[in-house]
Design a protein around this ligand. Structure first.
Ligand SMILES: NC(=O)c1ccc[n+]([C@@H]2O[C@H](COP(=O)([O-])OP(=O)(O)OC[C@H]3O[C@@H](n4cnc5c(N)ncnc54)[C@H](OP(=O)(O)O)[C@@H]3O)[C@@H](O)[C@H]2O)c1
Length: 373
């Protein structure tokens, strides 16, 4: 087996990723090494690339970003019991996490080291491109729905059918939302969600009972009315601008007073095109701080607990095993959980990862941007 690896590395702020040759080491205890055949991109990847100076300060460039991989196991470390060489897997790559800080564990390369606990076998009939859409979107949804400090919902498999409890997922057609709808339904909840009208059928196919246009003036009233009659079990806010309507829904609907927040209060997308970053970044930070402060005051005054999710934090608690070991492999195998949103492959090879980041940043709708390797 050759020890050569290639990476699509971030080399400097605002510079395109560079394809580089890199060494390859063996996986450590409770780790596996995967030959990646498909990787997907997430907003955080281009946010780090365009605004990284104040985010993920611990990352020393060159570094390998990326969270979503699907491929084949080529080596297993000591203590690994769930996987063997040759298994087809998907996994959450956590190399950019502060307490990991290891480019070998980033997604945008040919070979990635994964924690065994953050990988799942994929069924024979499922493509790597389809499987790669899952890891971070699914993990973020699971953290929001199931972590004890977030919505603390019942787990999939412990469902009480017809319990009449409703989960609100604001932003159901996002990657995080597509997973959240399915997880909440698998746990026995009725789901009320929001999306653009073009995606109403899409979120219904994932299991949502009712869907409303988040851009409508009546969205908060519509969602609140759809919850009435049952008990609100929790509210998951996804998308820039989602926090405030979700706090208002949790206040008006009664029931659970918890709102899990996936998105920062302001969008970073415009930053990439800015030529005056030294002015724009402090301005954006100021808007971020002031919007977050006013949101937290609004929530507190209404008696609502609103907390931000950290989508990789399931690596440190029971939600990681719940998802990657206990739930996902079986649910993919029996077809009850659909890898969503569907992949849009923008190219093959590491040189196309930058195109994938640019495509994601330009805006997607109910699709996940994927690169074949
Ligand atoms: N906290 C974490 O750890 C974590 C992890 C992953 C993602 N996130 C955040 O979660 C959000 C979603 O990420 P993603 O990768 O799932 O997004 P994505 O798939 O790239 O989001 C695209 C979708 O956003 C929807 N959308 C746009 N504006 C919206 C709004 N105001 N309200 C609700 N939906 C809206 C669009 O829906 P339509 O096409 O139907 O209009 C589109 O389908 C982002 O803000 C991302 O930064 C956070």
């Amino acid at each position: 087996m050759t020890a050569i690896n290639h990476t699509a590395s971030i080399v400097a702020l605002d510079r395109p990723l560079e394809v580089r040759e890199a060494g390859r080491s063996e996986p450590g205890p409770n780790q596996i090494m995967v030959r990646n055949f498909a990787v997907a991109v997430n907003p955080v990847d281009w946010v780090i690339q365009t605004a990284g100076a104040f985010m993920y300060r611990w990352i020393k460039k060159p570094f390998v970003l990326g969270s979503d991989v699907a491929g084949e196991v080529v080596a297993v470390g000591a203590g690994v019991s769930r996987f063997s060489v040759g298994d087809r897997v998907l996994g959450l790559a956590v190399g950019a996490e502060k307490d990991v800080n290891d480019p070998r564990q980033g997604a945008f390369q040919e070979y990635t080291v994964l924690a065994e606990a953050l990988a799942s076998r994929i069924p024979d009939g499922m493509t790597f491109e389809a499987a790669a859409v899952l890891p971070l979107g699914l993990s973020t949804a699971a953290c929001g729905l199931f972590q004890k400090g977030q919505l603390a919902l019942r787990h999939p498999g412990s469902a009480l059918p017809g319990s009449g409890e409703t989960v609100v997922v604001w932003g159901g057609s996002t990657s995080v939302g597509s997973n959240a709808i399915q997880l909440a339904v698998a746990a026995g909840y009725r789901v009320v969600t929001t999306a653009s009208p073009r995606n109403f059928d899409y979120v219904r196919r994932l299991g949502a009972s009712e869907v409303f246009d988040y851009a409508s003036d009546s969205a908060v009233a519509d969602v609140t009315a759809a919850v009435a009659g049952g008990r609100l079990a929790g509210t998951l806010a996804i998308g820039t601008g989602s926090a405030r309507p979700c706090v208002d829904i949790a206040h008006a609907a009664g029931g659970s007073r918890r709102v899990a927040l996936a998105s920062p209060a302001v969008s970073f997308a415009a930053l990439a095109d800015s030529r005056r970053k030294s002015v724009e970044i402090p301005r954006l930070l100021w808007r971020l701080m002031s919007s977050t402060t006013s949101l937290m005051i609004r929530a507190r005054v209404r008696g609502i607990q609103a907390r931000f999710i950290w989508g990789s934090s399931l690596k440190d608690d029971e939600v990681g095993d719940l998802i990657f070991r206990d739930f996902l492999p079986g649910a993919l195998e029996d077809g009850s959980f659909l890898p969503s949103p569907p992949p849009r492959v923008v190219g093959r090879g590491l040189r196309n990862v930058q195109l994938a980041l640019d495509t994601q940043r330009a805006g997607v709708s109910a699709e996940k941007i994927v690169v074949q390797l």
